[in-house]
Design a protein around this ligand. Sequence first.
Ligand code: SF4
Length: 80
Amino acid sequence: MSHGKTGSDLLELRKKVDLAEIYNNLPKTNCKECDEPSCYVFAIKLMSEEKELHDCTQLSLAQYAGKVATLSRMVQPIRL
Ligand code: SF4
């Protein structure tokens, strides 16, 4: 990997990603289109890598573009 992070560094980064912060940047409509019962459950699954940002269909709407950028930054340490 080119970013030079070790596994333990990534673990630390991951711990810093706050679940509530992720949830706050989701649409919070609980529309269930991601096949989860609520945006909160989706946030948990994002953190556990069971879901990807694009699984939330609402985030493709233009009004959420800013939130997608924020969410991408937050989940990036998890994915790298
Ligand atoms: S698709 Fe997005 S907005 Fe709808 S419940 Fe899932 S996370 Fe929430």
